[in-house]
Design a protein around this ligand. Structure first.
Ligand SMILES: NC(=O)c1ccc[n+]([C@@H]2O[C@H](COP(=O)([O-])OP(=O)(O)OC[C@H]3O[C@@H](n4cnc5c(N)ncnc54)[C@H](O)[C@@H]3O)[C@@H](O)[C@H]2O)c1
Length: 266
C-alpha cells in the first residue's frame, strides 16, 4: 500500500471534526481524513475507542468525549478543532443509533433517544461547526438508505434519517452564502458494530444481500471514500444532496427484518 505523507493528499491542511468516530464508518473516515493530509478531532461516547484511535493516528488526531445530544459537548468538540489545530474546515456529523420496534409497540423514550442522537445531534453538529467555519467549509452528514427506503420496525430510525436528508437541504440553503457546502450520505448495509448483531442471523444478511444488486454488504472503508470526496474541494459545486452509497439497494426492497427475527425466535 502506498503511503500518503501528512501535508499532501486531497485534504492537505484541512481540519475536520467527526462525531461517532470511535467505530465503524466514522473511524474509517477519520483514518482516511488523516491519510489525505487533514488533522482531525474525533468525538464519541466511547472513551476507550477514542483513546485507541488517538494512539493510532498520533499528532494529527485529537479527541473529545462527546454526546451529540448535549449541546455543550458538541460546542466543545468544535472548539477543540480551533484551539488545537487553528481552524475548522470539515465536519462529519455521523453519530447514529437504531432500535427496532413496531409502531404499535413503540416506547416513546426509545423513539426520542433515536431522534435525539440521529436528528438533534446532527443539527447541533451543523450549528457549532458552521459557526467556526470562518473560511467556508464542507459538512457531511450520515443519513442512510433508510432516508428513502422504509424498513418495517424501523420507524424512529427511518424518520430520523429522512429528517436528516431534509435538514441537509435547509442547511445547504442557509450556509451556502457563507461558502459552506452541506451534503448527506446514504449508506446501505455496512458491517460495523451497529450491524454486528445481524451477522449472527445468516437469514438477515442474506435478506440484505439479495436486495442489493451488487450482492454483498460494504466495509466502512468503502463509505469513507465518498465522505472524503464530499469533504474535499473536488466536490466544490456539490451541496444540498443525499448521496446514496448502497450497492444499488434503493432499486429493490428492504428485507423483512421483523419477519426474519420472529422466524428465528420461534
Ligand atoms: N452500518 C450500516 O449498515 C449503516 C447504514 C446506514 C447508515 N448508517 C449510519 O452510519 C452512522 C455510523 O454508524 P456505524 O454503522 O458506523 O455504527 P457504529 O456503532 O460502528 O458507530 C457509531 C458510533 O457512534 C457513537 N455514538 C452513539 N451515540 C452517540 C452519541 N449520542 N454521541 C456521540 N457518539 C455516539 C458510538 O459510540 C459509535 O462509536 C450512523 O449514523 C448510522 O445510522 C449505518
Amino acid at each position: 500500500m502506498s503511503e500518503v505523507a501528512v501535508g499532501a493528499g486531497r485534504l492537505a491542511g484541512k481540519v475536520a471534526v467527526v462525531t461517532g468516530g470511535a467505530s465503524g464508518i466514522g473511524r474509517a473516515a477519520a483514518r482516511r481524513f488523516v491519510a489525505e493530509g487533514a488533522r482531525v478531532v474525533v468525538g464519541d461516547l466511547d472513551e476507550p475507542g477514542l483513546e485507541a484511535l488517538a494512539a493510532e493516528l498520533g499528532e494529527a488526531c485529537a479527541t473529545s468525549r462527546c454526546d451529540v445530544t448535549v449541546e455543550a459537548d458538541v460546542e466543545r468538540l468544535a472548539r477543540v478543532a480551533v484551539d488545537r489545530f487553528g481552524g475548522l474546515d470539515i465536519a462529519f456529523a455521523n453519530a447514529g443509533i437504531g432500535t427496532p420496534q413496531r409502531i404499535v409497540d413503540a416506547d416513546p423514550d426509545q423513539w426520542n433517544r433515536v431522534l435525539d442522537v440521529n436528528l438533534l445531534g446532527v443539527m447541533l453538529t451543523i450549528k457549532h461547526a458552521a459557526r467556526l467555519m470562518d473560511g467556508g467549509g464542507s459538512i457531511v452528514v450520515t443519513a442512510s438508505l433508510n432516508a428513502v427506503q422504509p424498513g418495517a420496525g424501523m420507524g424512529a430510525y427511518c424518520a430520523s434519517k429522512a429528517g436528516v436528508a431534509m435538514l441537509v437541504q435547509v442547511a445547504a440553503l442557509e450556509l451556502g452564502p457563507a461558502g459552506i457546502r452541506v451534503n448527506a450520505i446514504g449508506p446501505g448495509f455496512v458491517r460495523t458494530a451497529l450491524t454486528e448483531g445481524a451477522f449472527l442471523l445468516p437469514a438477515l444478511v442474506e435478506g440484505y444481500e439479495e436486495n442489493t444488486p451488487v450482492g454483498r454488504h460494504a466495509a466502512p472503508e468503502e463509505i469513507a471514500g465518498l465522505v472524503v470526496y464530499l469533504a474535499s474541494d473536488e466536490a466544490s459545486f456539490v451541496s444540498g444532496s443525499l448521496h446514496l452509497i448502497d450497492g444499488g439497494a434503493h432499486t429493490q426492497r428492504y428485507p423483512d427484518i421483523l419477519g426474519i427475527l420472529d422466524a428465528s425466535a420461534g
